[in-house]
Design a protein around this ligand. Structure first.
Ligand code: NAP
Length: 246
Protein backbone atom coordinates (compact mmCIF):
# COMPACT_ATOMS: atom_id res chain seq x y z
CA UNK A 1 0.00 0.00 0.00
CA UNK A 2 1.27 3.52 -0.81
CA UNK A 3 2.42 5.28 2.39
CA UNK A 4 -0.19 8.02 1.91
CA UNK A 5 -2.96 5.39 1.99
CA UNK A 6 -1.66 3.36 4.94
CA UNK A 7 -3.63 3.65 8.15
CA UNK A 8 -1.18 1.62 10.21
CA UNK A 9 -1.04 2.66 13.83
CA UNK A 10 -4.19 4.80 13.68
CA UNK A 11 -7.17 4.09 15.95
CA UNK A 12 -10.49 4.20 14.11
CA UNK A 13 -14.05 4.31 15.49
CA UNK A 14 -16.84 3.16 13.13
CA UNK A 15 -20.49 3.60 14.13
CA UNK A 16 -23.19 1.28 12.80
CA UNK A 17 -20.50 -1.34 12.28
CA UNK A 18 -22.74 -4.34 12.89
CA UNK A 19 -24.06 -4.62 9.34
CA UNK A 20 -23.72 -3.33 5.79
CA UNK A 21 -21.37 -0.49 4.90
CA UNK A 22 -20.19 0.09 8.47
CA UNK A 23 -19.25 -3.54 8.97
CA UNK A 24 -17.31 -3.63 5.68
CA UNK A 25 -15.60 -0.33 6.57
CA UNK A 26 -14.53 -1.72 9.95
CA UNK A 27 -13.04 -4.82 8.30
CA UNK A 28 -11.31 -2.75 5.58
CA UNK A 29 -9.83 -0.35 8.13
CA UNK A 30 -8.54 -3.29 10.13
CA UNK A 31 -7.02 -4.79 6.96
CA UNK A 32 -5.37 -1.39 6.24
CA UNK A 33 -3.58 -1.59 9.59
CA UNK A 34 -5.84 0.52 11.79
CA UNK A 35 -6.92 -0.54 15.28
CA UNK A 36 -10.70 -0.57 15.00
CA UNK A 37 -13.41 0.10 17.55
CA UNK A 38 -16.74 -1.05 16.12
CA UNK A 39 -19.85 0.52 17.63
CA UNK A 40 -23.34 -0.78 16.98
CA UNK A 41 -26.72 -1.58 18.54
CA UNK A 42 -27.15 -5.37 18.20
CA UNK A 43 -24.69 -7.35 20.32
CA UNK A 44 -24.81 -10.50 18.17
CA UNK A 45 -23.62 -8.53 15.11
CA UNK A 46 -20.67 -7.18 17.09
CA UNK A 47 -19.76 -10.62 18.43
CA UNK A 48 -19.64 -12.07 14.90
CA UNK A 49 -17.62 -9.05 13.69
CA UNK A 50 -15.06 -9.54 16.46
CA UNK A 51 -14.71 -13.18 15.34
CA UNK A 52 -14.33 -12.17 11.68
CA UNK A 53 -11.83 -9.34 12.16
CA UNK A 54 -9.11 -10.28 14.60
CA UNK A 55 -8.31 -7.44 17.00
CA UNK A 56 -11.49 -5.43 16.39
CA UNK A 57 -12.83 -4.03 19.67
CA UNK A 58 -16.59 -3.68 20.04
CA UNK A 59 -18.91 -1.25 21.77
CA UNK A 60 -22.66 -1.92 22.06
CA UNK A 61 -24.82 1.19 22.44
CA UNK A 62 -27.96 2.75 20.98
CA UNK A 63 -26.82 6.09 19.54
CA UNK A 64 -30.32 7.51 19.98
CA UNK A 65 -29.55 7.51 23.73
CA UNK A 66 -27.43 10.63 24.41
CA UNK A 67 -26.36 9.67 27.95
CA UNK A 68 -25.57 6.03 27.10
CA UNK A 69 -23.49 7.20 24.12
CA UNK A 70 -21.52 9.60 26.29
CA UNK A 71 -20.88 6.89 28.90
CA UNK A 72 -19.81 4.33 26.27
CA UNK A 73 -17.46 6.75 24.48
CA UNK A 74 -15.81 7.83 27.73
CA UNK A 75 -14.17 4.38 27.72
CA UNK A 76 -12.87 4.16 24.14
CA UNK A 77 -9.53 5.92 24.60
CA UNK A 78 -7.65 7.66 21.79
CA UNK A 79 -9.29 7.84 18.35
CA UNK A 80 -7.61 9.31 15.22
CA UNK A 81 -10.21 8.40 12.57
CA UNK A 82 -14.00 8.49 12.92
CA UNK A 83 -16.65 7.11 10.55
CA UNK A 84 -20.15 8.31 11.43
CA UNK A 85 -22.05 5.63 9.52
CA UNK A 86 -25.01 4.54 11.68
CA UNK A 87 -28.39 5.66 10.39
CA UNK A 88 -31.99 4.58 10.02
CA UNK A 89 -34.21 4.91 6.94
CA UNK A 90 -37.84 4.96 8.10
CA UNK A 91 -39.72 5.59 4.87
CA UNK A 92 -43.22 7.09 5.09
CA UNK A 93 -45.37 9.12 2.69
CA UNK A 94 -45.13 12.78 3.67
CA UNK A 95 -48.78 12.90 4.83
CA UNK A 96 -48.19 9.93 7.16
CA UNK A 97 -44.90 10.94 8.77
CA UNK A 98 -45.04 10.26 12.51
CA UNK A 99 -43.42 12.09 15.41
CA UNK A 100 -41.68 8.83 16.40
CA UNK A 101 -40.07 8.37 12.97
CA UNK A 102 -39.05 12.02 12.83
CA UNK A 103 -37.49 11.99 16.31
CA UNK A 104 -35.69 8.66 15.94
CA UNK A 105 -34.35 9.56 12.48
CA UNK A 106 -32.96 12.90 13.58
CA UNK A 107 -31.60 11.43 16.84
CA UNK A 108 -29.60 8.71 15.08
CA UNK A 109 -28.79 10.27 11.68
CA UNK A 110 -27.90 13.78 12.84
CA UNK A 111 -27.83 14.38 16.62
CA UNK A 112 -25.65 11.33 17.29
CA UNK A 113 -23.18 12.41 14.58
CA UNK A 114 -22.84 15.80 16.24
CA UNK A 115 -22.48 14.27 19.71
CA UNK A 116 -20.03 11.49 18.82
CA UNK A 117 -17.97 13.96 16.78
CA UNK A 118 -17.86 16.46 19.66
CA UNK A 119 -16.59 13.82 22.08
CA UNK A 120 -13.98 12.42 19.69
CA UNK A 121 -12.85 15.84 18.37
CA UNK A 122 -12.31 17.19 21.88
CA UNK A 123 -9.87 14.42 22.64
CA UNK A 124 -8.17 14.72 19.21
CA UNK A 125 -7.62 18.42 19.97
CA UNK A 126 -6.36 17.68 23.50
CA UNK A 127 -3.86 15.17 22.03
CA UNK A 128 -2.86 17.52 19.19
CA UNK A 129 -3.37 14.87 16.48
CA UNK A 130 -4.40 15.52 12.87
CA UNK A 131 -7.66 13.60 12.78
CA UNK A 132 -10.10 12.75 10.01
CA UNK A 133 -13.86 12.27 10.16
CA UNK A 134 -16.10 10.83 7.43
CA UNK A 135 -19.87 11.16 7.68
CA UNK A 136 -21.89 8.67 5.65
CA UNK A 137 -24.56 10.76 3.97
CA UNK A 138 -26.55 9.91 0.81
CA UNK A 139 -27.55 11.12 -2.64
CA UNK A 140 -30.88 11.69 -0.84
CA UNK A 141 -29.32 14.74 0.84
CA UNK A 142 -29.56 16.60 -2.45
CA UNK A 143 -32.66 15.21 -4.22
CA UNK A 144 -36.20 14.68 -2.97
CA UNK A 145 -37.21 11.01 -3.20
CA UNK A 146 -40.70 9.52 -2.72
CA UNK A 147 -41.43 8.63 0.94
CA UNK A 148 -37.99 9.89 1.97
CA UNK A 149 -39.01 13.32 3.39
CA UNK A 150 -37.51 12.77 6.84
CA UNK A 151 -34.52 10.72 5.64
CA UNK A 152 -33.66 13.32 2.97
CA UNK A 153 -33.81 16.09 5.58
CA UNK A 154 -31.51 14.22 8.00
CA UNK A 155 -28.92 13.73 5.25
CA UNK A 156 -29.25 17.27 3.94
CA UNK A 157 -28.62 18.53 7.45
CA UNK A 158 -25.71 16.10 7.74
CA UNK A 159 -24.04 17.61 4.64
CA UNK A 160 -24.29 21.05 6.25
CA UNK A 161 -23.02 19.71 9.58
CA UNK A 162 -20.05 18.29 7.64
CA UNK A 163 -19.26 21.78 6.33
CA UNK A 164 -19.79 23.46 9.71
CA UNK A 165 -17.52 20.94 11.40
CA UNK A 166 -14.88 21.36 8.68
CA UNK A 167 -14.96 25.12 9.27
CA UNK A 168 -14.50 24.94 13.03
CA UNK A 169 -12.26 21.86 13.26
CA UNK A 170 -9.94 22.75 10.36
CA UNK A 171 -7.79 25.05 12.52
CA UNK A 172 -7.26 22.02 14.79
CA UNK A 173 -6.03 19.95 11.78
CA UNK A 174 -9.14 17.78 11.80
CA UNK A 175 -10.62 17.14 8.33
CA UNK A 176 -14.34 16.40 7.95
CA UNK A 177 -15.93 15.08 4.74
CA UNK A 178 -18.94 13.04 3.69
CA UNK A 179 -19.56 10.25 1.20
CA UNK A 180 -22.93 10.38 -0.56
CA UNK A 181 -23.82 6.98 -2.00
CA UNK A 182 -26.66 5.97 -4.25
CA UNK A 183 -28.59 2.80 -3.36
CA UNK A 184 -26.47 -0.06 -2.00
CA UNK A 185 -28.05 -3.48 -1.49
CA UNK A 186 -27.36 -3.83 2.23
CA UNK A 187 -30.22 -4.69 4.62
CA UNK A 188 -31.29 -1.02 4.42
CA UNK A 189 -31.14 -1.06 0.62
CA UNK A 190 -32.96 -4.37 0.33
CA UNK A 191 -35.83 -3.21 2.57
CA UNK A 192 -36.36 -0.05 0.55
CA UNK A 193 -35.32 -0.91 -3.04
CA UNK A 194 -36.12 -4.60 -3.68
CA UNK A 195 -39.35 -3.89 -5.55
CA UNK A 196 -38.25 -4.34 -9.22
CA UNK A 197 -40.20 -1.40 -10.71
CA UNK A 198 -39.00 0.99 -8.01
CA UNK A 199 -35.39 -0.21 -8.45
CA UNK A 200 -35.59 0.13 -12.24
CA UNK A 201 -36.90 3.69 -11.91
CA UNK A 202 -33.88 4.63 -9.80
CA UNK A 203 -31.37 2.82 -12.02
CA UNK A 204 -32.71 4.76 -15.05
CA UNK A 205 -31.65 7.98 -13.28
CA UNK A 206 -28.08 6.76 -12.68
CA UNK A 207 -25.79 7.45 -15.69
CA UNK A 208 -23.64 4.39 -14.92
CA UNK A 209 -26.84 2.32 -14.88
CA UNK A 210 -26.33 0.39 -11.64
CA UNK A 211 -26.47 0.66 -7.86
CA UNK A 212 -23.26 1.05 -5.83
CA UNK A 213 -21.48 -1.88 -4.22
CA UNK A 214 -20.50 -1.77 -0.55
CA UNK A 215 -16.82 -1.69 -1.61
CA UNK A 216 -17.39 1.42 -3.76
CA UNK A 217 -18.47 3.27 -0.63
CA UNK A 218 -15.78 1.75 1.61
CA UNK A 219 -13.01 2.70 -0.86
CA UNK A 220 -14.15 6.34 -0.79
CA UNK A 221 -14.37 6.34 3.02
CA UNK A 222 -10.81 5.01 3.29
CA UNK A 223 -9.54 7.60 0.79
CA UNK A 224 -11.12 10.45 2.78
CA UNK A 225 -9.65 9.10 6.03
CA UNK A 226 -6.18 8.72 4.55
CA UNK A 227 -3.43 11.28 3.96
CA UNK A 228 -4.14 10.75 0.24
CA UNK A 229 -6.89 13.38 0.71
CA UNK A 230 -4.84 15.64 3.01
CA UNK A 231 -6.08 18.91 1.43
CA UNK A 232 -9.76 17.95 1.22
CA UNK A 233 -12.19 19.03 3.93
CA UNK A 234 -15.87 20.02 3.99
CA UNK A 235 -16.54 18.04 0.81
CA UNK A 236 -19.42 15.72 -0.05
CA UNK A 237 -18.10 12.98 -2.34
CA UNK A 238 -20.82 11.39 -4.48
CA UNK A 239 -20.58 7.60 -4.83
CA UNK A 240 -23.66 7.61 -7.00
CA UNK A 241 -22.76 6.57 -10.55
CA UNK A 242 -23.58 10.14 -11.61
CA UNK A 243 -27.12 10.37 -10.15
CA UNK A 244 -26.50 13.91 -8.87
CA UNK A 245 -25.35 15.36 -12.19
CA UNK A 246 -28.93 15.54 -13.48
P1 NAP B 1 -27.77 -1.11 7.44
O1 NAP B 1 -27.46 -2.30 6.64
O2 NAP B 1 -29.16 -0.90 7.95
O3 NAP B 1 -26.74 -1.02 8.67
C1 NAP B 1 -26.82 0.05 9.57
C2 NAP B 1 -26.01 -0.27 10.81
O4 NAP B 1 -26.17 0.87 11.71
C3 NAP B 1 -26.54 -1.49 11.55
O5 NAP B 1 -25.48 -2.23 12.09
C4 NAP B 1 -27.40 -0.87 12.64
O6 NAP B 1 -27.55 -1.68 13.78
C5 NAP B 1 -26.60 0.38 12.98
N1 NAP B 1 -27.43 1.33 13.69
C6 NAP B 1 -28.63 1.84 13.27
N2 NAP B 1 -29.15 2.59 14.25
C7 NAP B 1 -28.28 2.58 15.28
C8 NAP B 1 -28.28 3.15 16.57
N3 NAP B 1 -29.30 3.87 17.02
N4 NAP B 1 -27.22 2.93 17.38
C9 NAP B 1 -26.18 2.17 16.95
N5 NAP B 1 -26.13 1.59 15.76
C10 NAP B 1 -27.17 1.78 14.92
O7 NAP B 1 -27.44 0.22 6.62
P2 NAP B 1 -26.36 0.53 5.48
O8 NAP B 1 -27.04 0.40 4.17
O9 NAP B 1 -25.09 -0.19 5.74
O10 NAP B 1 -26.18 2.09 5.72
C11 NAP B 1 -25.00 2.65 6.27
C12 NAP B 1 -25.00 4.14 5.98
O11 NAP B 1 -25.09 4.35 4.57
C13 NAP B 1 -26.19 4.90 6.58
O12 NAP B 1 -25.75 6.17 7.03
C14 NAP B 1 -27.12 5.07 5.39
O13 NAP B 1 -27.98 6.17 5.57
C15 NAP B 1 -26.12 5.28 4.29
N6 NAP B 1 -26.64 5.00 2.96
C16 NAP B 1 -27.16 3.78 2.64
C17 NAP B 1 -27.65 3.54 1.37
C18 NAP B 1 -28.24 2.22 0.98
O14 NAP B 1 -28.93 2.16 -0.08
N7 NAP B 1 -28.01 1.16 1.71
C19 NAP B 1 -27.60 4.57 0.40
C20 NAP B 1 -27.05 5.81 0.75
C21 NAP B 1 -26.57 6.01 2.02
P3 NAP B 1 -28.96 -2.47 14.07
O15 NAP B 1 -29.26 -3.22 12.81
O16 NAP B 1 -28.60 -3.32 15.22
O17 NAP B 1 -29.96 -1.39 14.38
Amino acid sequence: MEPSRSLAGRRALVTGAGKGIGRAAALALSAAGAQVIALSRTRADLESLAQEGAGIQVLCVDLADWEATEAALSKVGDVDLLVNNAAVAMLQPFLEVTKEAFDRSFSVNLRAVLHVSQIISRQMIARGVAGAIVNVSSQASQRALQEHAVYCCTKSALDMLTKAMALELGPHKIRVNSVNPTVVMTDMGRINWSEPQKAAGMIRRIPLGKFAEVDDVVNSILFLLSDGSAMTTGASLPVDGGFLVA
